[in-house]
Ligand binder design. Structure first.
Ligand code: SF4
Length: 122
């Protein structure tokens, strides 16, 4: 048995949640959460953690060589290398608008890669 302690980041309350696992890494108890969102977050953190990815993509014909991007929602950590590989091998033609979808449904996650700034055409 082991306990995993974490701070819920789903809202500013920052509840301290404890997840107890048995020897087979199965969840036996979750405590310390205040709402269902926190319980769901804790369960996902120990079974399939997700993260927002922020990085940049090459721009062709723009006043900047790169545009900063992020995932539209958290993606599974286990897919981060695959996603970064797709992004590394991608490029976008200027102009790029803020919040423009650069890659939709990346790696089948349902998350889009969005521009977090605009880039003008040269
Ligand atoms: S458990 Fe609920 S109330 Fe507590 S931090 Fe998470 S989302 Fe907020």
């Amino acid at each position: 048995m082991k306990d995993v302690d974490m701070v819920c980041i789903q809202c500013p309350m920052g509840c301290k949640i404890k997840v107890s696992l048995d020897d087979d890494e199965k969840v036996t108890e979750i405590s310390g959460y205040t709402c269902k969102s926190g319980k769901d977050y804790a369960l996902q953190e120990v079974t399939d953690p997700h993260r927002v990815i922020t990085t940049s993509i090459k721009v062709i014909g723009g006043n900047l060589p790169l545009v900063s991007v992020k995932t539209s929602k958290p993606v599974p950590k286990r897919l981060v290398l695959e996603i970064m590989d797709i992004i590394k091998n991608s490029q976008v033609h200027a102009p790029v608008e803020l919040n423009q979808i650069i890659i939709s449904n990346i790696a089948g996650t349902g998350s889009d890669i969005l521009a977090t700034k605009s880039v003008e055409k040269l």
